[in-house]
Design a protein. Structure first.
Length: 228
């Protein structure tokens, strides 16, 4: 049961993100600020609610970044990925039943007409790097402001969508696209939303681990700076 709780938390949090995400795009349309706030507030709320249970990852790219940063084992990451993707699929299927396929497709992050797949991968990678870097700096590193981690991570999602929403939909999260793709059988440029976030997440994890985080050799824990 103890091992099941983190997976349930990841399922619920990811479910909430995809459910609200599709619904927000349906109701707000092209209002990027409203869509960004809907996603950011959802992440802020559910990261805060699940941080003490599962780490509040809710995103395969964040999980991959933690693996690359040395904070998670592959065996646990695989279980998290399954829970996250199942949460995304479940939310998308409910939205499919509520609103129909067109709404689910419209609520799926997509590339702008004038953006190539390579450009989309680059945008998603950079935005995901920002996200994973902030996750490490607030929720992982013991020197960080863990009490407000959910708020800061949600704010990062919001600012990423304000920039990247009109370009790629600013998914930063493979489950955010995989769930709707399964529910609506919509796979256009799908690989962009796996490659970009996973590459960005990996770089974020490696950069924080190698260049910023300091560890005690005997314990692997971070070392707080003087006065920190």
């Amino acid at each position: 049961m103890t091992r099941f709780r983190p997976l349930l938390a990841e399922f619920i949090g990811t479910f909430a993100l995809i459910f609200v995400g599709i619904g927000a795009i349906k109701t707000a349309g092209h209002d990027v600020l409203a869509v960004a706030l809907a996603h950011g507030l959802t992440i802020g709320a559910f990261v805060s609610a699940t941080l003490h249970i599962s780490g509040g990852q809710l995103n395969p790219a964040v999980t991959f970044g933690l693996v690359c940063g040395g904070h998670m084992k592959w065996s646990n990451a695989l279980r998290y990925w399954i829970a996250q993707c199942l949460g995304g699929i479940s939310a998308a299927l409910i939205c499919l039943g509520l609103f129909g396929r067109d709404v689910v497709v419209t609520g799926t992050p997509q590339l702008a007409i004038n953006l190539t797949a390579a450009q989309g991968i680059l945008v998603e990678a950079i935005l995901s790097f920002f996200l994973v870097f902030v996750v490490h700096g607030t929720a992982v590193d013991e020197r960080g402001p863990r009490r407000i981690a959910g708020l800061v991570i949600g704010a990062t999602i919001t600012l990423d969508i304000l920039f990247g929403g009109p370009l790629t939909g600013a998914a930063m999260n493979p489950a955010r696209v995989f769930g709707p793709a399964v529910a609506a059988n919509f796979w256009h440029d799908h690989y962009v939303y796996w490659i970009g976030p996973l590459v960005g997440g990996a770089v974020g994890g490696f950069v924080y681990r190698l260049l910023i985080e300091r560890r005690r050799p005997e314990s692997g824990r971070t070392i707080s700076p003087p006065g920190g």
